[in-house]
Design a protein around this ligand. Sequence first.
Ligand code: CP
Length: 312
Amino acid sequence: MRFPHRHLLGIEGLSPAQINTILDLADTYVDQNRSPNKKSDVLRGKTVVNLFFENSTRTRTSFELAAKRLGGDAINMSVDGSSVKKGETLLDTATTLNAMHLDVLVVRHPESGAVKLLADKVNCAVISGGDGAHEHPTQALLDALTIRRNKGRLDGLTVTICGDILHSRVARSNIQLLNIMGARVRVVAPPTLLPRAIGELSVEVHHDMATGLKDADIVMMLRLQLERMQGQFVPSGREYYRFFGLDYEKLAAAKPDALIMHPGPMNRGVEIDSLVADDIHRSVILQQVELGVAVRMACLDLLTQHGRNDPA
Ligand code: CP
């Protein structure tokens, strides 16, 4: 199947078939990444630039690795060492990079919508590495691949997303993708950490882990996004952990074979107990990291298949 999108800025707008195309291709890249020869030449002659205005370990490294495994050139542009620090605007930065004939620009930015703004000004493919509290599409895709490889499907599963839903782009992208693919989505959070428009997101809302986790197939934990909070959203970390931190006692409400997921970075002892996070029988957190490289390889492959795009 031909991938019809020029950019990947969010899960919104993707069809079930397009999501399956990405996941099916990513499955093949999991095999490549596990083989002794991890390199191919799918991206030979192509240039991928990572432009991250926020910190990242997983997303930035895995995009760089993905581009290199596919035989492309990968450059990490450090915003701290760039002319952004001299006052250059986001759009001037974008058009400057565009003049260097890039093929893919991977962007993370603290403002929702900034990645779209930039995508409208360049003629290469743009992939969102996360924009504000809006979307983090490749995280949702790698989460979906992790679930599909472990459970064999997405449709009909009960997925409970717990924690700071209000500030989480991971939650937004996952809610959209899981709904598109026919999963049943629940969220568990204190009222202060839920968006006002949660009723429009096709999720079951719980404020109590016991009911939210009941018979769940997947338990997805989120950290408190302190960098996006203005003011006090929870009384204290200790109080939050008592009611919303995942430990074995709370996990007992979920199905006995429920998977534990977390996009990272984790704050152990705040949203998740270390024993649960490191449980080799239940936790797939490191598998999420592994599959993130394969998903990003699939995205780079699909978005460069038509060669260089025309200006918007
Ligand atoms: N999950 C995620 O986006 O992690 P990083 O912030 O380390 O990229």
